[in-house]
Design a binder for this molecule. Structure first.
Ligand code: AMP
Length: 176
């Protein structure tokens, strides 16, 4: 049974020219503040993977943490933060990726996932797919299996899904 979650769109706020000119920023704070909307997002994400034998839920800095944490709790598995360089205090593995202008990287603690772990990766928005692709490559490089990727909002016109190739990519909302 597929539940209609299109009403969640009304709980997202678009902020133009943030954080810089030309960006239409999708602000999820109204959704987080609404108990029914927040509960629906968490239950829908967790419910999609309840039979997938997930060992860890990975959240991408920073808004991904806010969704990944309750999903991990619901699934009864551990939470792993993937962060921008310089934020994690212990030994890290890193994956660099190319941005429109320049480079960025994601890091994870080397003991956060291991060979054979089945991981679910969560973020708020899938845009170009650069961050998600680097996160998946980082985890797979450590021997984990990415069972799936789940985002609240997919900006379909940016083509992120195609960059994630054969991985199982789900989104609650799609902006075509
Ligand atoms: P990308 O690597 O281009 O797929 O960008 C994804 C990351 O940037 C995610 O962690 C999002 O939180 C953030 N992001 C990208 N575009 C937007 C947007 N229009 N509104 C809000 N967050 C965005």
């Amino acid at each position: 049974m597929t539940i209609d979650v299109s009403w969640l769109r009304d709980h997202l706020r678009e902020v133009t020219d943030f954080p810089r000119a030309g960006i239409a920023f999708k602000d999820i704070t109204p959704l987080l503040a609404d108990p029914a909307a927040f509960r629906t997002v968490v239950n829908t994400m967790a419910g999609a993977w309840v039979d997938a034998s997930v060992d860890r839920v990975v959240g991408i800095e920073a808004r991904g943490f806010l969704l990944a944490a309750p999903v991990a709790y619901c699934l009864g598995v551990g939470l792993v933060p993937v962060r921008k360089p310089g934020k994690l205090p212990w030994e890290v593995a890193e994956q660099a990726y190319v941005l429109e202008y320049g480079e960025d990287a994601v890091q994870v603690h080397t003991d956060a996932v291991g060979a054979g772990d089945r991981v679910l990766v969560i973020d708020d928005v899938l845009a170009t797919g650069g961050t998600m692709g680097a996160t998946c490559a980082l985890l797979e490089g450590m021997g984990a299996t990415v069972v799936g990727v789940h985002v609240l909002l997919e900006l379909g016109f940016l083509g992120g899904r195609a960059t994630l190739e054969e991985r199982d990519v789900r989104s609650l909302l799609v902006e075509a």
